[in-house]
Write a new protein. Structure first.
Length: 420
């Protein structure tokens, strides 16, 4: 990452220097946010555009929620698609299919505010700041602003292309500012202290990997925590407890992905996790050739809500802790393998992710997460999804073709037995 950090540092220094020269060399920097927009959109010089864009982004970030709503609605009114020009360009293209007419129709069919965001992106730390802006827009929950949410998402899909991302290993020697973010962003199994974090990062049989973007080198986009084991653990307590015996990683034959956390709410809608898990699995396989199993130990966050709606008697009995293990297992396998959704996708959001990523349902574990969160979401049940690196891409294609959840022989046998 130091290579990218040096590039970023150089860009930021140059931008700050331009900001200091802004009022002297490039005219007035308007305090009126709408006039500041006009300055950004009307300038033709690359240097002056940077100065005006940096100034505008500062003004945008100072707006309260009402001010931001007003600004964005004014932006939409003034810099939306020019429909008259678009219709004219479409008519020309229908009779003159030339490179020039195609370029003109491409330009006129795009809202002009999209170009504004491109120019804002060129400022110091502009990419990160636009990610935060989209997060703010999303939180406003204003239906009139959804076009900005989707417009920024389309830009981010280009700017955060997986080929641009850098995989970094996170360990106990990682700078403290990054470690603090790991604690903050952990979304599956809460990290309650530095000792808790140390137990997940310091031992050689516990590893963590994150994707970074070169322009946001100090803030992870997503990270996954991995346990190297000699068998498949049946509970999360086995994995994250502090008083356990560390194993020699040369003896490990199984890698368990037990927590994956997205870090940037402003990037919702962009899937990094599928690339991350596969890349980490291949990286570990290169480093430890004896690893022959790659599985998750996954929560089932939608199970109790589903049981409440589709199996209310079972739900009530389970909350009273009078439900048999067989009945609980039967309902859980049904929930994970048979869809009640109109699109035919798996019911559970975690299941949708892993099955859609080419994994298969390997095992269901009762009493696997006895934390308050685990009990409230799924009565403590967790699932193992298997990533077979030799067929994971084939599984991915097969699933999206027929929407069938691939399962292990163990799951098939349990389902057959429990449905008798």
């Amino acid at each position: 990452m130091s290579f990218f950090q040096n590039i970023l540092s150089s860009v930021m220094k140059n931008t700050r220097r331009l900001n200091r020269l802004g009022t002297k060399s490039f005219g007035k920097l308007h305090s009126d946010i709408n006039k500041a927009v006009d300055s950004v959109m009307s300038t033709s010089g690359e240097v002056s555009s940077l100065v005006y864009a940096e100034h505008l982004l500062n003004l945008i970030e100072k707006q309260d929620d009402n001010g931001l709503k007003k600004f964005l609605k004014n932006l939409l009114a003034k810099y939306d698609i020019d429909t008259k020009k678009l219709l004219k360009d479409v008519k020309r293209y229908s009779s003159e299919k030339t490179e020039k007419s195609l370029r003109e129709i491409n330009n006129s069919s795009e809202p002009r505010w999209v170009e504004l965001f491109r120019r804002l992106n060129s400022t110091s730390n502009g990419t990160s700041r636009l990610v935060k802006l989209r997060e703010r827009i999303h939180l406003l929950k204003d239906p009139d602003l959804k076009t900005f949410d989707s417009g920024l998402l389309n830009l981010f899909r280009y700017w955060f292309n997986p080929s641009f991302l850098v995989l970094e290993k996170i360990d106990w020697e990682t700078p403290a500012n990054i470690l603090e973010k790991i604690i903050e962003y952990e979304a599956v199994h809460e990290i309650n202290s530095w000792n808790d974090l140390r137990a997940r990062l310091a031992p050689s049989d516990r590893q963590c990997f994150a994707f970074f973007h070169p322009l946001i080198p100090n803030d992870p986009l997503i990270f996954v925590e991995v346990a190297l084991c000699t068998d498949i653990p049946k509970s999360i307590q086995q994995v994250i407890r502090l008083d356990r015996n560390e194993i020699d990683i040369e003896d490990a034959n199984t890698a368990i992905f037990y927590s994956i956390s997205n870090c940037q709410n402003g990037l919702l809608g962009i899937s990094f996790g599928n690339f991350l898990i596969k890349k980490v699995a291949k990286t570990l396989k290169r480093e430890l050739p004896d690893l022959n199993q790659f599985l998750t130990l996954s929560p089932i966050p939608g199970l109790m809500k589903w049981m409440e709606e589709f199996a209310p008697i079972t739900f009530e009995r389970c909350t009273d802790k009078n439900c048999s293990d067989d009945e609980l297992m039967k309902k859980t396998i049904k929930y994970l393998t048979e869809s009640d959704r109109q699109d035919g996708m798996p019911n559970d959001p975690v299941g949708r992710f892993h099955i859609g990523n080419g994994a298969s349902l390997e095992r269901v574990n009762l009493n696997a997460d006895l934390s308050e969160k685990g009990l409230s979401q799924s009565y403590g049940i967790m699932a193992n999804y298997l990533y077979d690196l030799e067929v994971v891409e084939e599984n991915h294609e097969m699933f999206f073709k027929n929407k069938t959840v691939l399962t292990s022989n163990e799951i098939k046998a349990q389902k057959k037995k429990l449905n008798k």
